[in-house]
Write a protein of this length. Structure first.
Length: 411
């Protein structure tokens, strides 16, 4: 066996030194075990998302709340609590997502809380309370934005975000906190996986429906949005069941007819349209009750209001409301058992005629097309021949021709 010379050994050492410089060992930050790495493709640190969720814990949970008979603020119990958390609170699964051994909210309550000394002034406590609310709103708004991403939404629901949001809806909070909470849930409901988590979270849908009795327009807008998204998904029956009681449906119609907030009107009508376009079981369950509560009359009243505004104010922001009302009327008309309720309404027919005769059709092109379709359907469905002739005389061929051209230009 040949023994390498000293010159050869020196050359090999010189070659190894540059390699070590190019690939330094991260001695101060050792690599985490593979089973503790987050398997999530995002530029946002998963740990940061979890910290945001923790910041949303209600004050009574975070503020040294007694849980399962253990005082979280008692120094004599802090050691045993810490040991219990180490053993069973947060476990990191093989796929890198945080799982919880105990699904209750207390399992997440690992945020350090710095309370006020007994001798502190009331003014200092009030300042801290205000700062806490500001922090909550800031963290909530960030999560609201993050929930718009499917990846982030799935990560959030797998890490008890829904339990935290439900806890916030079940305790007295400011209307801004409620709005943010519902907004986060609304963005989560945009994605199928996270929407299924919402539907499987015990009591969450019912608590969301309870928010319909609030008097704050932004909160109501978010609540209607969540319910609309739920009715458009595969689990629509669960949402329809929660909406079923008469007092809830009455509230939906009452808000739609009495609110002056354009965005809220749009959300209300959007929910009604979602019901009419939902699965057959949902329509069969909710529509008869809505008809008894005066749905056709409500839609005509809303259309009358929007037509009067169209003739006067000409606010472009309201054009989408007009279009949505007409879509809802059309959706009601195509349901066999209720088409007669639409075709026999002479006030509705008059409003449709006024719309198709509107001089600036380009501003409300979609609405004019929908109105023309409704007029044609009503004329084919009307029972009284004399009424059909009198109605048919009101609409000239030129008007229909203009609408057809307008529709073709849009396409």
């Amino acid at each position: 066996m040949s023994i390498p010379s000293e010159a050869t050994q020196e050359e090999e050492e010189e070659e190894e030194e540059p390699q070590q410089e190019r690939n330094p060992e991260p001695s101060h930050h050792p690599t985490a075990p593979s089973d503790e790495l987050f398997d999530i493709s995002t530029t946002v640190d998963p740990g940061y998302i979890i910290s945001l969720i923790r910041q949303l814990l209600p004050p009574d949970v975070r503020n040294c709340n007694k849980s399962h008979g253990v005082d979280a603020c008692d120094p004599s119990t802090q050691g045993s609590e810490a040991e219990g958390r180490e053993e069973s609170a947060v476990l990191v699964s093989q796929n890198g997502l945080l799982n919880y051994h105990n699904s209750e909210i207390e399992a997440m309550d690992t945020v350090e809380f710095t309370g006020q000394d007994e001798g502190d002034d009331g003014s200092l406590e009030k300042q801290d309370e205000t700062a806490g609310k500001d922090t909550w709103e800031d963290c909530g708004c960030i999560l609201w934005d993050l929930a718009a991403s499917k990846t982030h939404a799935e990560f959030m629901v797998q890490n008890l975000a829904l339990d935290v949001l439900l806890a916030n809806l079940m305790v007295p909070q400011s209307v801004r906190v409620t709005e943010i909470t519902l907004g986060i849930i609304g963005n989560l409901a945009c994605h199928e996986v996270s929407r299924k988590h919402i539907e499987s979270t015990n009591g969450l849908i019912e608590v969301i429906v309870d928010q319909l009795f609030l008097d704050d327009a932004p909160c109501l807008c978010e609540a209607y949005r969540v319910l609309t998204l739920g009715l458009q998904g595969c689990g629509c029956n669960a949402w329809a069941e929660a909406l079923g009681p008469e007092n809830i449906l009455s509230r939906v119609l009452w808000v739609a007819e009495n609110t002056l907030n354009p965005q809220l009107i749009e959300k209300c009508v959007g929910l009604l349209l979602a019901i009419l376009q939902s699965e057959q079981e949902v329509v069969a369950s909710l529509l008869p009750r809505l008809m008894q509560l005066g749905l056709p009359g409500l839609l005509v009243n809303l259309l009358t209001s929007e037509m009067s505004k169209l003739a006067g104010e000409r606010v472009p922001e309201r054009y989408s409301i007009l279009d949505l009302i007409l879509q809802t009327i059309e959706a009601l008309f195509v349901i066999d058992d209720y088409s007669q309720e639409v075709s026999s309404n002479t006030e509705l027919f008059r409003l449709l005629i006024d719309l198709v005769k509107f001089p600036d059709k380009i501003e409300v092109a979609n609405s004019c097309v929908t109105a023309a379709i409704l007029i044609a359907n009503i004329l084919t469905d009307v029972v009284d021949p004399a009424l059909e002739i009198s109605q048919g005389k009101v609409v000239s061929c030129d008007v229909f021709r203009d609408i057809i051209k307008l529709h073709e230009n849009q396409q």
